[in-house]
Design a protein around this ligand. Structure first.
Ligand code: GLY
Ligand code: MN
Ligand code: MN
Length: 470
């Protein structure tokens, strides 16, 4: 009799039960599966990666389950570089680009195959298919991904023999695989950098997915506006839950922890406790994004007067942020420096802060010294895609020191934050935080605001809230 697990209610598995479990199962191979529509796009992305590393073996793992406690795991999220290069979301996978003599590569994918019915693991293993859901067989994965697939359980041995083949692996994703291949950390970092660079211009398929994520996000914000009065009776959590329901229904989840910040919580950039009260007379800053089923995320912020009307001071702050965003939008076009939209928005905010007497002028001097940052805190945006802060490892000259190109998707998100304990501003301003954040696609002749379906100016926002009141 095999031993049972610690604190399990069964002391063991009898030979008879083991034999009983191994038989009587139907063949469930899914012969009807078709290639994923993303497959040709992923192949083109791999070709671009291949061109950067002739003669080298490249290993891009998807990652493993992380245990929360005992047999409970955190929700699995594959490494974005793996998703981008394969279109796959499986855990324990790894893409390999094997160098050819002609400088190109042959691609294949390691995958965790289906559980065999010939051992007890398929029904006793905490992370087995029977407990967590069916996986693709290797043949199914091959068809869906358009890539040869191999059993990942031999990956370490298969790759370890490659001392003669210069190899790079993305580090920090799959520790066991990383330990099995002998590589140089600096050269590995260049692979991660390249994977990040190659995500900066989105292909047509990715733009379609980002549109879906943003459209679902717009519906999530609409849900929230309809629930504001219930939030007043409960807490920020009601808003978070309302948005999350939309994210799970239409997408995979939220693409980052929802920031649901009422009143002075709006001045805390990464407020995700979301457990505070929602009070009439104050503002609600909601920064939330639906992540599509294919793992592309939106990142949108609206700041709403909870009782439907901005106070004069709230409106003053809101209008300044709105104008700064407009100035930023005007700088989003092909050929513009990436920094231009940030600088345009920050200059506008610096000028307003000087005008209000909160920082010393003249405005250009204040801007050059960065004095506005006491109240603007963060940069004005970032690339958006599979990660909310997409392309974060890209080469600086390709990203913040680069130029905008059609197909890039980025956020423009100026904000002003007056801390509740800031003695340099009048009391009435303290605890006010406003951010307006939209997701822009750079087009051939300018940009398209993908989240432009949401009301944005102060008047539009008030009209929107009044339509939903009562
Ligand atoms: N939600 C994170 C950000 O706006 O960058
Ligand atoms: Mn955001
Ligand atoms: Mn953002």
């Amino acid at each position: 009799m095999a031993e049972g697990r610690k604190n399990g209610l069964y002391s063991g598995i009898s030979e008879e039960l083991s034999a009983l479990m191994r038989t009587g199962w139907a063949d469930t191979e899914r012969h009807e599966l078709q290639p994923d529509e993303q497959a040709p796009y992923a192949a083109a992305r791999r070709a671009a990666l291949s061109a950067r590393f002739p003669g080298e073996r490249l290993v891009v793992p998807s990652g493993n389950l992380k245990v929360r406690s005992n047999d409970d795991t955190y929700p699995f999220r594959p490494y974005s570089g793996y998703v981008h290069m394969t279109g796959d979301q499986a855990r324990d996978g790894a893409l390999v680009l094997e160098p050819r003599a002609d400088g190109g590569h042959d691609a294949y994918c390691f995958q965790l195959p289906r559980d065999s019915r010939n051992d007890d693991e398929f029904w006793t293993g905490a992370h087995a298919e029977l407990w967590m859901g069916r996986r693709h067989s290797l043949a199914e994965a091959e068809r869906v991904l358009g890539l040869p697939c191999r059993d990942v359980r031999t990956a370490a041995a298969d790759l370890a023999g490659g001392a003669a083949v210069p190899t790079r692996i993305v580090r920090g994703v799959d520790p066991a695989l990383e330990a099995a291949v002998s590589t140089d950390p600096e050269r590995d970092a260049e692979l991660e950098e390249a994977l990040s660079d190659l995500r900066s211009v989105k292909d047509a398929w990715e733009i379609g997915e980002l549109r879906k994520a943003v459209d679902a996000t717009v519906r999530g914000f609409t849900d929230v506006v309809g629930e504001l009065s219930r939030a007043v009776a409960t807490s920020e959590r009601w808003i978070e839950g309302t948005f999350f329901r939309r994210a799970r229904l239409e997408g995979n989840a939220v693409g980052y922890g929802t920031i649901c910040a009422a009143g002075e919580h709006a001045t805390i950039m990464h407020w995700t406790d979301n457990d505070g009260p929602v009070r009439p007379g104050e503002l609600l800053l909601l920064d939330a994004g639906v992540e599509s089923r294919t793992l592309y995320t939106a990142d949108v912020t609206r700041t709403l007067p909870i009782d439907g009307t901005f106070t004069p001071v709230q409106r003053k702050v809101y209008d300044a942020v709105y104008e700064a965003q407009e100035a930023g939008f005007a700088a989003v076009k092909p050929g513009a420096a990436y920094r231009d939209f940030h600088e345009a928005a920050q200059r506008h905010l610096a000028a307003r802060l000087v005008e209000w007497g909160f920082i010393e002028g003249p405005a250009e001097r204040a801007y050059e010294l960065g004095l506005q940052r006491r109240f603007t805190m963060a940069g004005t945006g970032h690339m958006l895609g599979l990660d909310v802060h997409d392309c974060a490892q890209a080469r600086t000259e390709e990203y913040v020191d680069g130029a905008l190109e059609p197909g890039m998707v980025l956020t423009v998100e100026p904000g002003l934050y007056f801390q509740p304990d800031d003695l340099t501003v009048p009391e009435e301003w303290r605890g006010i935080g406003v951010r307006i954040e939209d997701d822009l696609l750079v087009t051939e002749d300018g940009h398209e605001n993908l989240s432009g379906g949401l009301p944005r100016s102060a008047d539009e926002v008030e009209a929107w809230l009044s339509r939903h009141a009562g």
